[in-house]
Design a protein around this ligand. Structure first.
Ligand code: TYD
Length: 139
């Protein structure tokens, strides 16, 4: 599966919280053109259900607990984001489903490009077709 769990460097400051950080092109292998975050999500809500064709992303959850399910069209894997030091780096097209285990958990994304609706695939069948086409073109 084409993703990597990354450690986001975190500095614990005595009794007054922690500070986490990453730097574009040093800690993550792309220039960040966009940051977005999802808030005010109720418990047990589902989001996602799409893939991106070209977008590279680092997903992280600085607050709460979100279950991310990634699929490459053959198998799927679940990754729990419940720690501000954990990121999921996605460099290839993967289908993602996201489940909010805890209300108001925050999902943050650092992305390699500006918002482009044409980069989305929102139908799972179309996603698997896209992967087949892509694999044939790469041969
Ligand atoms: P979407 O990516 O579908 O969110 P999720 O996967 O969490 O369900 O985006 C939800 C809406 O927000 C959709 O109408 C597109 C819009 N949007 C932007 O306008 N700009 C952005 O950078 C993003 C990520 C979404």
């Amino acid at each position: 599966m084409q993703y990597t769990i990354t450690d986001i460097r975190t500095i614990a400051t005595n009794d007054s919280g922690s500070l986490s950080f990453f730097e574009a092109e040093r800690d993550i292998p792309f220039e960040i053109k966009r940051v977005y975050y999802i808030t005010n999500v109720p418990e047990n809500a589902d989001r996602g259900a799409h893939a991106h064709k070209a977008l590279k992303q680092l997903l992280f959850c600085p607050y709460g607990e979100i279950m991310i399910t990634l699929s490459d069209g053959v198998s799927s894997e679940k990754i729990l984001l419940n720690n501000p030091s954990r990121g999921i780096l996605i460099m290839e097209p993967l289908w993602r489903d996201m489940h909010w285990n805890i209300a108001n958990s925050v999902l943050c994304v650092a992305a390699s490009d500006y918002y482009n609706p044409d980069d989305y695939i929102r139908d799972y069948g179309a996603f698997t077709e896209y992967l087949k086409k892509r694999a044939n073109e790469e041969i």
